[in-house]
Design a protein around this ligand. Structure first.
Ligand code: AP5
Length: 206
């Protein structure tokens, strides 16, 4: 899944993972869990994440390769937030990690701020909600595990602007990288979540 912060990658990845019966590997979720648990990776990643910068490739690639080598990835996977720059994409190729399709979720920078200020996430299972566009059944509580939902540290307006700048400079060029390999599919996420899901499934032919 490619796309700017708040484009809806995680939301659509959850739907696809359930439908396809494969895990979603979200480097953002892995790093946030590491921060929460105070591991050495978490301690190293926290500052970068809080500033809206990319965590160094050496750190991210290590935790990612660890996760993708687990048994549940043997029949497939959805990557959410990985690769994030050209160096990471080339490293995945070098490691023989096969990517069949790069799905880019398209959304304007203006829409992103609205999406991210209303986002609420579960600190335990990482399920994502939106106060207006995809609210939980019980106000402020996770549908899946009943934990109290939180606002992500990096969803402050100033940090969102930095994340967007990083996206345009470092991640967006990956669209050309995968386009040149005939793997790029783009979907606009301008309407509601269900409409976006329908567009994603249609684009993927599933
Ligand atoms: P990461 O967690 O990957 O964040 P991100 O890419 O910035 O993406 P988000 O999770 O913010 O957004 P999303 O596209 O998943 O949107 P969502 O579905 O939640 O990364 C965080 C940080 O970790 C990075 O900044 C970096 O520091 C580090 N990191 C991670 N991977 C890295 C890597 N590979 N290399 C280096 N550093 C790395 O949707 C947003 C909101 O909108 C939700 O509330 C949702 O309910 C709502 N919504 C979704 N679709 C719709 C719709 N159609 N209509 C209305 N609302 C909608």
């Amino acid at each position: 899944m490619l796309g700017p912060p708040g484009a809806g990658k995680g939301t659509q990845a959850q739907v696809l993972a359930t439908k396809l019966g494969v895990p979603t590997i979200s480097t953002g979720d892995i790093l946030r869990a590491a921060v929460k648990n105070g591991t050495s990776v978490g301690l190293e990643a926290k500052g970068y994440m809080d500033r809206g910068e990319l965590v160094p490739d050496s750190v991210v690639i290590g935790v990612f390769l660890d996760r993708v080598s687990q048994d549940d990835c043997k029949t497939g996977y959805i990557f959410d937030g990985m690769p994030r720059n050209l160096a990471q994409a080339k490293e995945l190729d070098r490691q023989g990690i096969q990517i069949d399709t790069a799905l880019s979720i398209e959304i304007s920078d203006a829409e992103i701020e609205k999406r991210l200020t209303g986002r609420r996430v579960c600190p335990d299972c990482a399920e994502t909600f939106h106060v207006e566009f995809g609210p939980p059944k019980k106000d402020g509580m996770c549908d899946r595990c009943d934990a109290v939902l939180i606002i992500r540290e990096d969803d402050k307006a100033e940090t969102v602007r930095q994340r967007l700048a990083v996206y345009h400079a470092e991640t967006e060029p990956l669209k050309d990288y995968y386009k040149s390999q005939g793997k790029l599919i783009t979907v606009e996420n301008i309407n509601g979540i269900d409409e976006a899901t329908a567009a994603v499934l249609k684009a993927l032919g599933i």
